[in-house]
Write a protein that binds this ligand. Structure first.
Ligand code: SF4
Length: 193
């Protein structure tokens, strides 16, 4: 099939479960960056994704066995880095964070315990918002700890490098708390483009 006709995979609700796929591995950790969301952020790239988007920005991290194990030492380092006053929050990327809920939930619960809502959480996902709403309990629990979600597969046909924090125009920057409260997608109120 020609490259331009390829499409990402489209799972049925609850078809992919972290419990069946995640090896709880980390592709990389990048503290104190300015590119993965608003403000200064610490970014955790988890390993493993099944969407297989043509043109994926991080192909190596599609492999669930890529990288290294998530350790208590790394978690402690992330918490220490986040405690710096100039750090706005944590960003989860991948790979697919929602197929690594074991790692992400453990970390997010600790962040809320130690920092309350003084640090925000951004997460990327290949799932669309409406798909996530039909997903497994672990994914929905994880979503409840996220402030901003960038949703949807990367689609080469809709690629646009001028967009804020997104690679293609089908993706949205979603205010999670407002969306859950209003039971509809509410776009981030700081969206410029
Ligand atoms: S959802 Fe993201 S990480 Fe997964 S294949 Fe698509 S672009 Fe790559």
């Amino acid at each position: 099939m020609p490259q331009y006709m390829k499409e990402p995979n489209n799972p049925m609700p609850k078809e992919w479960l972290a419990s069946e796929h995640s090896l709880q591995k980390i592709a990389s950790y990048k503290p104190f960056n300015f590119v993965d969301g608003e403000g200064v952020r610490c970014s955790l790239y988890v390993s493993g994704c099944l969407f297989n988007c043509p043109g994926c920005y991080n192909v190596v991290a599609q492999n669930f066995n890529y990288g290294h194990e998530y350790t208590q030492e790394l978690e402690d380092q992330i918490i220490e880095d986040l405690s710096q006053s100039y750090v706005q929050g944590l960003t989860l990327l991948g790979g697919e964070p929602f197929l690594n809920t074991q790692v992400c939930l453990k970390l997010l619960k600790r962040i809320r315990k130690e920092f309350g809502d003084t640090k925000d959480v951004w997460s990327w996902t290949g799932y669309k918002w409406d798909e996530l709403m039909q997903e497994s309990d672990d994914k929905l629990e994880m979503l409840s700890y996220v402030d901003i979600l960038i949703d949807g597969r990367f689609l080469e046909a809709k690629k646009d490098l001028t967009l804020q924090f997104r690679g293609s125009s089908n993706q949205n920057i979603i205010d999670v708390k407002k969306s859950l409260a209003q039971d509809k997608v509410v776009i981030w109120d700081k969206l410029v483009k």
